[in-house]
Design a protein around this ligand. Sequence first.
Ligand SMILES: Nc1ncnc2c1ncn2[C@@H]1O[C@H](COP(=O)(O)OP(=O)(O)OP(=O)(O)O)[C@@H](O)[C@H]1O
Length: 367
Amino acid sequence: MNATTQMNDAILQVEHLSMKFGGLVAIGDLSFTARRGEITALIGPNGAGKTTVFNCITGFYKPSEGMITLNRADGSSYLLERLPNHEIPARAKVARTFQNIRLFSGMTLLENLLVAQHNKLMKASGYTVLGLFGFSGYRKASAESMELARHWLEKADLVDRADDPAGDLPYGAQRRLEIARAMCTGPELLCLDEPAAGLNPKESAALNELLMDIKNNTGTSILLIEHDMSVVMQISDHVVVLEYGRKISDGNPQSVRTDPRVIAAYLGVDDEEVETVLTEVGDEDVIEQLDIGPDAAHGPGTSSSYLAGPVTDTVGHSEGERVTVSKGASKAAQVDARANLPRKPSERATAKPTGKSSTAKPRGGRK
Ligand SMILES: Nc1ncnc2c1ncn2[C@@H]1O[C@H](COP(=O)(O)OP(=O)(O)OP(=O)(O)O)[C@@H](O)[C@H]1O
């Protein structure tokens, strides 16, 4: 694969992105790529910086440093951090949904999908009232908008409720309507912020089906923030993991799932599974870490600049050795530090589960 092909394969390139809020470094030197036609998931514990990354991509925040490049299928590229906010959906073709549903709840489902196409319709009217009645271009655009709205209502399995107010829909259906509305803008990159939050298993399955349909049958690539690991593991092609604003893992779902740094930072798997995986990688120290629970001293909210800081901390090791890690080090960094310790081969071979039950949970709860 040559360099040009690789460039075209990347719909989104995030390079050395940093976002600071006063003394708080919410994102620190983050780089990753989302490939065209794939579902890329951005995961990490609460406060890891996922929504901040979305806000930088979609123009809500201007990053402190770094470059965000959107490569459209027609070969044009846009530096999103330099594009005015309103041009990001219109020119770069990036659409997003939010953690909190933002539908027009008093409008019908159909009206919600037509409003999303307002710009296209206004353009076709020539921006005049006369245009609304006189231009054949407007009538054609209007018919196309209705057709597109109907298409996405069908895809979202909502066509039977087209004339109901959006606010009357069950929660899972509202989530699908939001995605349908975003798809009516014809995005090349669809950014979804926790689309499965609050869904029951049946609604979650319907969401997975809709997202797989988008992936397989449209040219739209998906970037997804999600806490629901059943969604992430089932539909993602590529997973990027953040902790304290830094990338700690990047790969396919299977490799990320078994990465000890991820397990230590973001316990999105069953307790038994955590122990099995850690035993397989021979790291009993991490299991002990998990039993201690979340590292409140290093968590968000307790430090005004927890990514930076030369202060060091000395951590006792079960075999009497001592590992020095930076005081602000994340659990992932501590796992890395321990991984560098010399170990006797015989000890590695005989590593056994401790039999202790891991009690640590992902930091914080869902919003
Ligand atoms: N506008 C802001 N001003 C100050 N701090 C902010 C702002 N937005 C985000 N932060 C801080 O940046 C850090 C990352 O927040 P962010 O919401 O991006 O995390 P997240 O990974 O999306 O979390 P969650 O999973 O809970 O949604 C947090 O410490 C948060 O308090």
